[in-house]
Design a protein around this ligand. Structure first.
Ligand code: ASN
Ligand code: ZN
Length: 332
């Protein structure tokens, strides 16, 4: 038996946060008893197994710097908790499978490893330490992105190639943004950027942009015949762009101090319906309409169907869903 505790995390990206921990004898561990016993492990630069469960005599984790190996553990544990809370409190889903069982996280994977990933085989997510082992890929949005791959794997099961692969990636980016906004953390405000904290490019710019995905130099703003042939992290662009347009509308806008300027491929304006409705529509489409082979045309059909169920035929929400798809060149 382990008592539920709330520890203190001094994270690298999100300031000082509360972490769900457990007391076991005279030690505390990063075991989130209130969230499916999600655990966070230290791989200590290894690349296999689980390493060691973060454990310590005090219930304070990390010091905000990457030199302290607990810091990345605190960030990852926090991101997993927020993602758990988002799906439970916003969508009524308890854990990735909806069965109340947590996944687990592994940090300090490899040396200078600049990636993070989800694996179905371990039902776990793993984080490298980034360039010079100084920028662990453990920000809120990356954690939510990876954990959402787990959700997609047990729901729509979108195949990770072709157009369905782009939709799989976009699903992770869409909920990464939704979780970051949900977190309402002043040190890592909600935005429509992906990976803006981890400096993966070394020049301070984000990995991806949802208002105009082509800002990254590779992602596509709109659907075209043949988009299924490009990397899924670029063919996600039109769906990320659709989510932005549906949430905030087209044109220039500043949200939480971040400026965006979202074009449409047809030149027609889109009026946003807000991010909460947009995320609800995507969640319901993912979990009740999409299948492993859903493509962009199918995503349009599925989201229009969900919006019709939720808000009624001819509603402003249904029209906005259609206009946002038209704005990324996915027509009727
Ligand atoms: N970070 C990447 C992702 O989650 C890893 C990958 O491409 N599998 O998409
Ligand atoms: Zn991904």
């Amino acid at each position: 038996w382990q008592a539920v505790h709330n520890g203190t995390g001094n994270t690298q990206y999100s300031g000082q946060v509360t972490l769900g921990t457990a007391q076991s004898g005279s030690n505390y561990t990063l075991t989130d008893t209130a969230r499916g016993s999600h655990k966070t492990y230290n791989l200590n630069r290894g690349t296999s197994g689980t390493g060691t469960l973060f454990s310590g005599a005090d219930d304070t984790w990390g010091d905000g710097t990457p030199a302290n190996l607990e810091t990345a553990g605190a960030d990852a544990h926090y991101g997993a908790a927020l993602t758990w809370d988002y799906y439970k409190n916003v969508h009524g889903r308890s854990g990735i499978r909806g069965d109340g069982v947590g996944a687990y996280s592994r940090v300090h994977y490899g040396n200078n490893y600049v990636n993070a990933f989800w694996q179905d085989s371990c039902f776990c997510m793993t984080y490298g330490d980034g360039t010079n082992n100084a920028k662990p890929l453990t920000s809120i949005d990356v954690a939510a992105h990876e954990m959402t791959h787990g959700l997609t794997s047990v729901t729509a099961k979108l195949v990770y190639s072709g157009e369905s692969g782009g939709l799989n990636e976009a699903t992770s980016d869409i909920f990464a943004a939704a979780v970051e906004f949900y977190a309402n953390n002043p040190k890592d405000v909600g935005d429509y950027l992906v990976g803006e904290k981890i400096d993966i490019r070394g020049n301070g710019t984000p990995l991806r942009y949802m208002d105009k995905p082509s800002r990254d130099g590779s992602s596509k703003d709109a659907w075209y015949s043949g988009i299924g042939g490009i990397d899924v992290h670029y063919s996600s662009g039109p769906a990320n762009h659709w989510f932005y347009l549906l949430s905030e509308g087209s044109g220039a806008k500043t949200v939480n101090g971040v400026s965006y300027d979202s074009p449409t491929s047809d030149g027609l304006p889109v009026t946003g319906i807000g991010r909460d409705k947009a995320a609800l529509i995507w969640f319901k489409a993912l979990t009740t309409k999409f299948t492993s082979t859903t493509n962009y045309a199918g995503a349009r059909t599925g989201t229009v169907a969900v919006a019709t169920e939720l808000y009624g035929a001819g509603s402003a929400e249904v029209k906005a869903v259609e206009h946002a798809w038209a704005g990324v060149n996915v027509g009727a």
